[in-house]
Design a protein around this ligand. Structure first.
Ligand code: ZN
Ligand code: ZN
Length: 486
């Protein structure tokens, strides 16, 4: 993890928020390359799930919603963690995590000497277990109290209870309250889904592990509505579609580079299921911190639509033409975090290898995820015609892709820099490209393309570059291109 954090800062992927002021806890800023990577993840998700599927549409609901939404959804009453406070140092801990960190102990058996004891273990001198604050070792802890994880804020100029609302803790509710608007305006028949990408906020007590758990994060959520009375392939429709979405989600992450051995499915036990859920499965990824949730796929039944119908007084149902009756759809919710997906893609792409006795760091991003697709590198920056040609190639390719020009180092170092940020292809412009009239050598109009993964090079006419990169960047293989330009 430290390696990824340091690479992210050094190469402009991710910076600590407000760093010059000492940083803000668990907030991170995406730098020039990080924002490209993040946009690519969101763009591919939107393209694959919203644009390419006939049964899906998109939505962009507002972050601030009517406060009753969060009463209806259960967040006001249930979205809480049990907290304890130290009466001495005022630090606050999650009641169920307080024994998961090492604890400070002033031991009466050794004249009050101070020890730091591993989490969950007793003192080896007096045998006592932790009862006081684990941080200061002096204060006693209050009984657990429920602490709501939603960020409170006020609408309008008056800070009073009537104007209090929340930053949304999930994007899902924006979809539920718009169910009827979307179904009517888009003339949808079940089954159909609504997808949304947006920020959500949770006042986590113990955020951490880089961008894995943050108080402000971005979600990619789908609510897929099905008719619970339908049967598909011998199964209730909600169970059938739940299976389909689990399989689709696993395949999506693998398509863009996560290795199968780093992914696994974990079923929620009955006692950890949310009260509204019939079944929930997490896709877990082997992060640098160990196996952890990458996304969840829940069967939320008809809970949310029924709650909002009850609290709003508006019917949120669907008229089943076949059975001539109203039905409240069940909903399958594939919910992924953009930041976690980015961390997984980054971790999976990172490799160190030895090339001719030197360490090479390379991010083997899928070409569609790579922040920069092509780097244009002039071999001789003193030759005007070489530099001019390189800039012209950059301008042409930049109409289609994110392309950079770099002449600030020798070619070996320029390649290493691009490997380290995952650029799949480099183009070098040299003297042969433009010719050398002094030596009577004519221009060949060709440039060299270098492949990041194999480090092989081929020489290609400048005119052919747009077609070659269109092929390579939309799934074409390097081997096929290499055989066309021997
Ligand atoms: Zn304390
Ligand atoms: Zn002791």
């Amino acid at each position: 993890m430290d390696t990824l954090v340091s690479l992210s800062k050094r190469r402009g992927f991710i910076f600590q928020s407000s760093e010059i002021y000492g940083g803000t806890g668990s907030c991170w800023d995406y730098g020039p390359l990080g924002v490209e990577l993040k946009q690519n993840i969101k763009r591919l998700w939107w393209r694959d799930y919203i644009q390419r599927r006939p049964d899906m549409v998109g939505l962009d609901a507002s972050i601030l919603m009517h406060p009753t939404v969060w009463k209806a959804s259960g967040h006001v009453d249930n979205f809480t963690d049990p907290m304890v406070d130290c009466l001495e140092c005022r630090r606050r801990f999650r009641a169920d995590k307080v024994d998961e960190t090492p604890w400070v102990h002033y031991c009466a058996a050794t004249k009050g000497n101070k020890f730091t004891i591993p989490s969950g273990e007793p003192c080896s001198h007096c045998g006592e277990r932790r009862t006081l604050c684990p941080e200061c070792g002096k204060g006693s802890l209050t009984p657990p109290r429920q602490f709501n994880l939603m960020f409170k804020t006020f609408m309008g100029p008056v800070e009073e209870d009537a104007s209090q609302t929340y930053l949304r803790p999930e994007t899902a509710q924006g979809i539920f309250v718009n169910f009827d608007n979307v179904a009517q305006s888009m003339r949808r028949k079940l089954p159909f889904g609504i997808g949304q990408i947006g920020k959500a906020f949770r006042n986590e007590i113990t955020p951490g592990n880089f961008i894995f758990r943050t108080r402000e994060f971005e979600q990619m959520e789908i609510e897929y509505f099905v008719n619970p009375r339908d049967t598909v392939e011998g199964k209730p429709a909600d169970e059938y579609w739940h299976e389909r979405w689990i399989a689709d989600s696993l395949a999506w992450f693998q398509r863009y580079g996560l290795r199968a051995e780093n992914l696994r499915l974990r079923e929620h036990e009955k006692d950890e299921l949310a009260h509204y859920a019939k079944r929930t499965a997490d896709i877990e990824y082997r992060f640098p911190i160990g196996w952890s949730e990458l996304m969840g796929i829940a069967n939320r039944t008809d809970f949310d639509l029924k709650q909002h119908a009850q609290f709003s007084g508006k019917a949120l149902s669907y008229f089943d033409e076949e059975r001539k009756e109203h039905v409240v759809p069940y909903v399958i919710e594939p919910s992924a975090g953009v930041d976690r997906a980015l961390l997984a893609f980054l971790a999976d792409a990172y490799q160190e290898e030895e090339v001719r006795g030197e360490k090479r760091v390379v991010l083997r991003f899928h070409p569609e995820l790579a922040p920069v697709k092509v780097a244009i590198l002039p071999l001789l920056k003193k030759r005007d015609d070489v530099v001019r040609t390189a800039h012209a190639i950059r301008d042409t390719l930049a109409k289609h892709w994110t392309v950079v020009y770099d002449d600030t180092a020798a070619i070996g170092r320029l390649y290493r820099r691009q490997d380290e940020v995952g650029t799949p292809y480099c183009v070098t412009v040299d003297v042969q490209t433009v010719g050398d009239t002094d030596k009577g050598e004519s221009a060949d109009g060709k440039v060299t393309i270098r492949d990041r993964d194999s480090m092989e090079q081929v020489r290609v006419p400048i005119d052919a570059l747009p077609a070659v990169f269109l092929d390579l960047l939309s799934g074409g293989s390097w081997a096929a291109v290499a055989s066309r330009f021997p």
